[in-house]
Design a protein around this ligand. Sequence first.
Ligand SMILES: [Zn+2]
Length: 142
Amino acid sequence: MNSLPPRGDSTSYSSTRIFSVLPLLGAGLRKLLWIGLFVWLLGSLGLGWLVKGVVVVIVMLIAVPIAGILIGQWWLKKNLVLGSCPVCSNELTGLNGSQMACSNCGEALRVENGQFRRLATDGAIDVTAVDVEVQSVDVTVD
Ligand SMILES: [Zn+2]
């Protein structure tokens, strides 16, 4: 509780602080004044369009990346799909409408309606090939 300086000290502290900030504020104000004078000079010379053009370019330089980031975030939120592989149930991340291979089992997958589906056609049955040895059997029929 005793961390704050006594009242008498705090007033002198804040006043010295204001005086240390004033020159900085003055410099900023002077710069702003010069810019204002420059703009007014250009405007009086009939070069207002130049000022407007510069302002438009500056606004575009600031606004376009911000808009791009916002649109990108919205698009990602809409199209990013978190799910699991239908074959090995490995956790996957994909974009809606894209095709990819499962990072775990290598199964070709398509991202549809927020779900991971196998690229194989509907009704296809997974068959693992089995080596079948041929055996000769003698059968005698009367
Ligand atoms: Zn998989």
